[in-house]
Design a protein around this ligand. Structure first.
Ligand SMILES: Nc1ncnc2c1ncn2[C@@H]1O[C@H](COP(=O)(O)OP(=O)(O)OP(=O)(O)O)[C@@H](O)[C@H]1O
Ligand SMILES: Nc1nc2c(c(=O)[nH]1)N[C@H]1C(S)=C(S)[C@@H](COP(=O)(O)O)O[C@H]1N2
Length: 196
């Protein structure tokens, strides 16, 4: 049995956090991960406003104190004055992982022409991978799972395909996925550690 991975689910929204609407970010993240992951995992959810200092503090808390090896944020990636999630994420990261943002924008263009308005980034902080997803709840599935053709075959692979191997490389727990949702790609040389 694999070791359980703790996954930070960080919904960043002024209106969801002050109760003007119900947060759909955390439920959408939970729902998708619940379908995609077949190895054990535990959600560590947080709902906060679009305040840069609060975002930075919460990312640090999830990574350093809560032991989350993966953090998925949703919201605050656009061009509006209050959208500061990428700045906060870059500020707490040791290394930027530009491929995630580049690929998510490409995937999202299959769904909306405004995909290029998302400034989403990904970083490594210590042994934690942090990935920004857009705020529209439907964009969570779109970017993580990718695009399917009418016959259900995969037309554009979602970014989650690369996440288990990235977590391996930074020393996190082994993750297995349901291939009907998303096939995790690992190079043939990747060796599953004993007991994982
Ligand atoms: N947590 C959420 N729950 C439900 N819907 C959301 C959430 N976050 C965003 N949305 C929807 O997606 C849209 C785009 O998200 P964005 O992150 O740009 O929010 P926003 O317009 O800055 O407002 P807010 O921060 O108050 O959610 C929102 O206008 C809203 O319709
Ligand atoms: N997959 C996907 N990506 C998407 C969208 C979407 O609906 N689906 N919305 C776009 C829009 S309209 C905006 S403004 C940006 C930024 O969104 P955010 O501020 O909610 O993070 O994400 C873009 N990326």
């Amino acid at each position: 049995m694999s070791q359980s991975i703790r996954i930070g689910l960080l919904s960043i929204s002024d209106r969801a956090s002050d109760g003007r609407y119900e947060d759909q970010g955390i439920p959408a993240l939970r729902e998708w991960l619940g379908r995609a992951l077949v190895s054990p995992w535990e959600a560590v959810p947080r709902l906060i406003p679009d305040e840069r200092a609060t975002i930075e503090r919460t990312l640090i808390e999830l990574a350093d104190n809560e032991g989350c090896k993966l953090i998925l944020t949703t919201g605050g990636t656009g061009p509006s004055p209050r959208d500061v999630t990428p700045e906060a994420t870059l500020a707490v990261g040791d290394k930027e992982m530009p491929g995630f943002g580049e690929e998510m924008r490409r995937i999202s263009l299959n769904f909306v022409p405004t995909a290029i308005l998302s400034r989403q980034v990904a970083v490594i902080r210590g042994q934690t991978l942090i990935v920004n997803l857009p705020g529209q709840p439907k964009s969570i599935r779109e970017t993580l799972e990718g695009v399917r053709a009418a016959d259900g075959s995969v037309a554009h692979v979602g970014i989650f395909a690369a996440i288990p191997y990235c977590v391996d490389l930074i020393g996190g727990p082994w993750m297995d996925t349901d291939e009907a949702v998303i096939k995790a790609f690992r190079p043939k040389s990747a060796v599953r550690p004993q007991g994982a």
